[in-house]
Ligand binder design. Structure first.
Ligand code: GLY
Ligand code: MN
Ligand code: MN
Length: 498
């Protein structure tokens, strides 16, 4: 996206294709690597607003992007498992495309751009694929269920596929497993996305003033990531909760569109992540709107920070993610006990799962081309745990080098969860009633970082560019308060254009 952004080499995708071929060649089902076996993927299509012709900004289907890096809609791609020969299929565009959309790129130009063996038109797909499979070869297509959305993957189909042997039972798990482990080239892109988002979060912390709207801070973030980082897409719907909204885990949706006025003395929980070249980031910063933590805000913030740092110190290959979730709960509860918010024996608190009262979500998730990345619950891996909080984990896997995850412990005061716990004698005996009442309406704190598991620990993909301690945050915000910030005061007459 230009000189000030990251140049991504097409070899990133060639390497991904090679990794996929290696896995398929080792597959126990001989169909996966028989002569004439060809992986066939279909890319994403343009979509419009319902029946209207206004198009959404195109976003590539992520398995397709992983394999080919094609940025336009309506393509197919094929890989010969045995030879690695790769053919892309592009739409044959009508002449008038040049009038409305710009010059038509030829297949040869595309071949050079995407660095594949050949680019053909989609209307040639049957003949070209028959040439690749021969009479007896098989097309491997992508069919599987995304364990976060419950939705089925986009499986390739075209007029005439009925004349081919098709196997859709092999490819999904093999590709998803490849996507779980990031290459050096992929890590470079993920680091770039994380650092752009980290810088944008810093800009928000510097520019926030009580009296602003939550969405104005979302706007600062989006501007920063696009203007400075070339990030056209955000990785998910931004969550900009201030005050009591900081306890609404998925705040920011259409029914609650980051529209509250930020108050002096509020805690802010801003979960925002930009995406670059389809690679996502997912970062949460929690801080006081006025730049100075109250003593209660400090207690909760430091409890969550302790959980985050304990997990970061323990993460390495061979460690179970479920154990990391447990460690986060235990560390946070120990800090809450120290502050007099809960009381009793820590082991007993863990037995009644008291952590889930304060942090009902999972500790974190795989991150990559999707913000909740694929491969969390593939066959052969540990299945989803049952207990509250743990069951929200998007994976229960043992960590391996090259996995990219978020670490995002949180502590929230959510009325209905507190009421449930107070009504449950098993849990209520650990809650200190006065302290719990004091924190009702407080909101919450989440600290979310993006990390990669290394051979002997982990690396923070932001490169440590996010202020995390109370002192670091207060110091950055104090600097920011020296800046002149334009706070638009929109009056009703202006909005109406008078
Ligand atoms: N922003 C979504 C998440 O943290 O998982
Ligand atoms: Mn997040
Ligand atoms: Mn997350």
């Amino acid at each position: 996206m230009g000189e000030h952004t990251l140049r991504v080499p097409m070899t990133l995708h060639a390497e991904n294709r090679e990794r996929l071929r290696t896995r398929l060649q080792a597959h126990s089902n001989a169909v996966a690597h028989a002569p004439g076996t060809v992986v066939l993927l279909q890319g994403g299509d343009d979509t419009t607003r319902y029946s209207a012709d206004a198009e959404h900004v195109f976003h590539q289907e992520t398995y397709f992007h992983w394999a080919f890096g094609v940025l336009e809609p309506g393509w197919y791609g094929a890989i010969d498992v045995n030879t690695g020969r790769t053919v892309l299929f592009c739409p044959r565009l009508p002449e008038e495309y040049a009038t409305w959309m710009g010059n038509i790129v030829t297949p040869d130009q595309y071949r050079a751009r995407y660095q594949v063996d050949e680019v053909r038109y989609i209307d040639e797909i049957s003949d070209v694929l028959r040439g690749m499979t021969g009479e007896n070869g098989t097309l491997l297509t992508l069919r599987g269920i995304n364990t976060d959305s419950g939705k089925t993957t986009l499986e390739a189909g075209f007029d005439g596929i009925g004349r081919f042997q098709v196997n859709n039972a092999i490819l999904h798990d093999e590709m998803a497993e490849c996507r779980v482990h990031k290459t050096k080239a992929e890590l470079d892109v993920l680091r770039f996305a994380a650092r752009v988002s980290a810088a944008a979060h810093r800009a928000v912390m510097c520019k926030i003033r009580p009296g602003m709207k939550e969405y104005q801070l979302e706007a600062i973030f989006q501007h920063h990531t696009y203007y400075h980082g070339g990030c056209r897409h955000q990785a998910y719907t931004n969550i900009c909760g201030s005050g009591c909204n900081a306890a609404i885990l998925h705040y920011g949706h259409a029914g609650a569109p980051n529209a509250r006025t930020v108050g002096d003395g509020d805690i802010c929980l801003f979960d925002m992540g930009a995406e670059y070249y389809c690679y996502t980031s997912d970062i949460t910063c929690s801080f006081p709107a006025n730049g100075k933590f109250t003593s209660d805000q400090k207690i909760i913030y430091n409890a969550v920070l302790a959980a985050s740092r304990a997990v970061m110190a323990a993460v390495r290959p061979g460690v179970s993610w479920v154990e990391m979730h447990r460690l986060a709960y235990r560390t946070m509860l120990a800090a809450l006990k120290e502050a007099g918010i809960v009381t009793g024996d820590l082991d007993d608190m863990m037995k009644v799962n008291l952590g889930a009262v304060f942090q009902p979500h999972g500790l974190g998730h795989l991150l990559g081309l999707d913000v909740h990345d694929v491969g969390g619950y593939l066959e052969g891996n540990p299945s989803r745990p049952l207990r509250a909080g743990f069951r929200s984990l998007r994976t229960a896997r043992t960590l391996e080098e090259g996995m990219v995850l978020t670490i995002e412990p949180g502590c929230y005061f959510i009325d209905h969860l507190l009421n449930q716990a107070l009504a449950n004698p098993e849990q209520a005996r650990f809650l200190v009633p006065n302290a719990i009442e004091r924190f009702r309406g407080f909101g919450g704190v989440r600290i979310e970082d993006d990390i990669v598991v290394t051979a002997d620990g982990m690396e923070d993909l932001s490169g440590g560019t996010i202020p995390r301690t109370v002192e670091e945050i207060e110091s950055l915000m104090a600097e920011g308060q020296q800046e002149d910030v334009f706070v638009p005061q929109l009056h009703a007459e202006q909005k109406l254009g008078h």
